[in-house]
Design a protein around this ligand. Structure first.
Ligand code: NAD
Length: 361
């Protein structure tokens, strides 16, 4: 039996976590769920949004399904999500974007996977605030070592991209493509402008591609990539990107398939993997049994594939697709009119998915 930490989160988290757990169990997979808390609710009781017991459980099991967590503003605690990613070195952010019949979108037939580097680039957190002594010192040093001059009233964010970080994420993209029977990896960059960071990324991407020649490889400049994704997304398969471009293009691709309500995700590293919806904790809907559980359930599909439970994953995905295609037992956001009184609640949508699983097996 596989042990999985179920982090129930806050806001709408506990409701969608329960819906996802029930749907996953209905596939017949044997999972020992360790239910742990994180977020605003536990913060009120224990004084921390991320109790040690939660981190320890994820560390021990190496796998977690995590509901969304509100990032407390102004408490000094950076973000539970960022903290977990750093503590477990979850360097790969995986965002499959697939069209399901019945989800309203301008596009059909999309089946893309975005692999985003999670630890480097402009999001590394190395920043210097305008007006501080350190910043002035840095600007003076840079101005004396470069022909380009930086204005004294600048703020500075540093963009580190390493051979090590690039190699492991590009290799991850090839490994994922191979495991999932995908055909092509596209490395995205702006190497024509940022030669020492994106240029390095491209050079290492090409080296890793040469070591994985069973999978097709190509590269695209990020601005061209955006246009191509809007005009001919069917040409692309697995995209691998540095942190900033990955963040932006993940949302672009989620938009192609109908938005955040159906966008699953995962953060994966050598020591563990956390599967979670792309959307947040939507606090205004807390406790109303109203929101769509699909993104977290599809994150559960990714989790099942990650632990090698391919049949169970296919069963669950087929059932989700069938419920969405029917469009009957779905939450308000999937109805043409958001005030449609025939919309069902979170747990009733899970019931409909479970009924499809039972019918199919
Ligand atoms: P959000 O995703 O919570 O909500 C954005 C909009 O989408 C809202 O209008 C909400 O009503 C709707 N929505 C979200 N999930 C939905 C669902 N499952 N079904 C139907 N409608 C849904 O984004 P936000 O309001 O910017 O963030 C709220 C909190 O969540 C913030 O504190 C943010 O930091 C946090 N957050 C957490 C995660 C995470 O835990 N991984 C991710 C993103 C945001």
């Amino acid at each position: 039996m596989t042990s999985v930490t179920l982090v129930t989160g806050d806001g709408i988290g506990p409701e969608i976590a329960e819906a996802a757990r029930r749907c996953i169990d209905a596939t017949g997979v044997k999972i020992n769920w360790e239910i742990r808390e994180a977020g605003a609710d536990v913060m009120a009781r224990q004084g921390t949004p991320l109790p040690d017991a939660t981190v320890e459980s994820i560390r021990k099991n190496g796998i977690a399904l995590k509901a969304p967590i509100t990032t407390p503003v102004g408490t000094g605690f950076r973000s539970v999500n960022v903290h977990l990613r750093q503590a477990l070195d979850l360097y790969a952010c995986l965002r499959p974007c697939k069209s399901y019949k019945g989800v309203r979108s301008k596009y059909t037939g999309i089946d893309l996977v975005v692999v985003r580097e999670n630890t480097e680039d402009l999001y590394a957190g190395v920043e210097f605030e305008k007006g501080k002594d350190d910043t002035a010192e840095l600007i003076n040093w840079l101005n004396s070592h470069s022909k380009k001059q930086i204005r004294q009233d600048s703020g500075i964010s540093i963009k580190p991209i390493s051979i090590t970080g690039t190699r492991r994420i590009v290799q991850f993209a090839f490994d994922y493509a191979r495991k999932m029977g995908r055909k092509k990896v596209t490395s995205v960059h702006k190497a024509n402008i940022m030669k020492f960071t994106d240029g390095l990324w491209l050079e290492v991407s090409r080296q890793v591609a040469a070591e994985n020649s069973d999978i097709e490889f190509e590269d695209r400049i990020v601005d061209n990539m955006c246009m191509q994704l809007v005009q001919k997304p069917e040409l692309y398969d697995v995209l691998v990107l540095p942190n900033l471009y990955g963040d932006i293009l993940s949302d672009l691709c989620a938009g192609l398939v109908g938005g955040l309500g159906v966008a699953p995700g995962a953060n994966i590293g050598e020591k563990g993997a956390i599967f979670e919806a792309t959307h947040g904790s939507a606090p205004k809907y807390k406790g109303l049994n109203k929101v769509n559980p699909i993104a977290l359930i599809l994150s559960g599909v990714l989790m099942l594939r990650h632990i090698g439970k391919m049949t169970e994953a296919d069963k669950l995905e087929t059932a989700v697709a069938a419920v969405i295609a029917e469009g009957k037992d779905v939450t308000y956001d999937m109805k043409e009119d958001r005030n449609d009184p025939s919309a069902v609640g979170t747990s009733q949508m899970a019931d409909a998915i479970i009924a499809k699983i039972k019918k199919g097996s």
